[in-house]
Design a protein around this ligand. Sequence first.
Ligand SMILES: Nc1ncnc2c1ncn2[C@@H]1O[C@H](COP(=O)(O)OP(=O)(O)OP(=O)(O)O)[C@@H](O)[C@H]1O
Ligand SMILES: O=C([O-])CC(=O)C(=O)O
Ligand SMILES: [Ca+2]
Ligand SMILES: [Mn+2]
Length: 655
Amino acid sequence: MAANGTGVSTPRSQLARIQTQKKGNEMCHDDSGKPVKAQTIDELHSLQKKRSAPTTPLDGVQGAFASLTEGERQRQQLQSISASLASLTRGTGPKVVKGDPAEKPYAVAHVAHHYHHVEAPTISVSDSSLKFTHVLYNLSPAELYEQAVKYEKGSFITSSGALATLSGAKTGRSPRDKRVVIDDTTQYELWWGKGSPNIEIDEHTFMVNRERAVDYLNSLDKVFVNDQFLNWDPQNRIKVRIVSARAYHSLFMHNMCIRPTLEELENFGTPDFTIYNAGQFPCNRYTHYMTSSSSIDLNLARREMVILGTQYAGEMKKGLFSVMHYLMPKRQILSLHSGCNMGKDGDVALFFGLSGTGKTTLSTDHNRYLIGDDEHCWSDNGVSNIEGGCYAKCIDLSGEKEPDIWNAIKFGTVLENVVFDEHTREVEYGDKSVTENTRAAYPIEYIPNAKIPCVGPHPKNVILLACDAFGVLPPVSKLSLAQTMYHFISGYTALVAGTEDGIKEPTATFSACFGAAFIMLHPTKYAAMLAKKMQKHGATGWLVNTGWSGGSYGSGKRIKLPYTRKIIDAIHSGSLLNATYEKTEVFGLEIPTEIEGVPSEILHPENTWTDKQAYKDTLLKLGGLFKKNFETFTNYKIGKDNKLTEEILAAGPNF
Ligand SMILES: Nc1ncnc2c1ncn2[C@@H]1O[C@H](COP(=O)(O)OP(=O)(O)OP(=O)(O)O)[C@@H](O)[C@H]1O
Ligand SMILES: O=C([O-])CC(=O)C(=O)O
Ligand SMILES: [Ca+2]
Ligand SMILES: [Mn+2]
């Protein structure tokens, strides 16, 4: 038996007497540390939180806000938020106040009286003008975690530290509910009609929905406001404000947009674009144009977007992307639905492709610098990421296959619609119970080799990704410029289930510019810009099938990710340029006969099909679908050059 504390053995029936060391005549203490400097529990709690460092006073020469006192700056900031939240039809509304309503009572100095149109009326004041709307302004991830866990059902911390959330009834975007205001300008500027993603609404209806969203947000005790940036190109940076009702939405945008420094926030001023996200609240079916309870409305003249009836956070990111697809081409800058990375020698590659084709997966490459995974601009200075974060699909995610994405799922990351063990909080990435479109949104710096700032030189390779559910496109082919343009305009893939609401299994899809859901102008405008830039900078186009091999969806298998990576490696290194090529029938694609690390027999899809006749039939079927899809574009001239237009038309399938 081990000796007890006193070192004296005692009979079993008798407990040892506790000996306390005598220190003079002192009383017995719990411990020997210094007592806390607090008289009450509340005082103790007040010691725990240190006030954030006061924002550095600027030294007089740095812009309009330089000479403002801290109090005045706070007042102006609140006034700006108050103006964003104001009803445009009533003179009054709730008072906007900064801070969490659950915390200490607000300081009067922080109240901004609601923005008034008319002189403050003394009669007909509604109850809503008597209440306060608390603004939680650019909260930190830790604060947003607490808000989510305390107040939002379905918010949990996973074992790796990410915040698991539910996006509600919608687990993908709703392209059929995305509407754009048609006015005297947009009527001529934008692409309308068949094939266009822009479903029209009039200005009045927009205002009805805007008022509905603003009233809903003001009816809450608190709203979240994010002031952030888009576009890493400093000359073409856009200031965005996102007003939302959920900590989940605020953290999502914190991760996905570019995060301002404290100093940039001080000088933020008025946003260039504002989103009102009232996603929990439906639109009114009695409102003109409404065809469901969801509506995502874009007003370019007002520089505003209103979200009603969907909490899927991707609507915000892709809504802003649409805005960029309008603003950037006006400045001769091409906006692209693409991933982008850069090699050690500065060789940049773009990865175009529709949802689920591999932009995020393949641009996140341990051997290369990540510039961005989804939205870019190509200007005369090179490429720049529009966003400050990545949005990865995480169905079947594994640490072995995709270590960088796996490791990015940690504290600060939003994990949407995943299933986890109720006790260990370990995520089961294979579980599709909520949706197949499970997602992780993390700041780009969570990828170890992210290139910050996220800009790079002109692209050397332009990789078009298609997830071919028919299994007849080769794993890789080298494209002529005309073929690149043909496939860019076609934007073919087999949409993988879930990202767009309502689609449950892969089907052949054509989406112009690999992102028709987000473009605002006619596809040929973007195509012409791409052709010009590729020509000018000598970029090579490639078509990579990340989809099926050995048969169509159902009988064949998806091409193994390690093989696709080897193919991509050979493109980056330049070795594939020097390979021997053969030309395929129907599509006329140049395919290499050999690639290091890839079995040669899979390079020609015909070899992988046991039923050769089925292969031929399927190939012709897909060729027919391409032809039919392209009919809409045959009447358009691409760029200034008639020659290029004719070449592009000839670059499609031929049979
Ligand atoms: N051969 C392959 N190449 C690329 N991705 C593959 C391949 N096989 C399976 N996958 C899987 O396909 C998915 C590709 O999704 P990814 O997130 O990269 O799409 P995305 O193009 O970024 O789409 P979105 O625009 O919706 O974000 C991943 O889940 C990846 O693991
Ligand atoms: O927008 C989304 O929800 C996800 C995405 O990146 C896409 O669909 O292209
Ligand atoms: Ca992606
Ligand atoms: Mn995307």
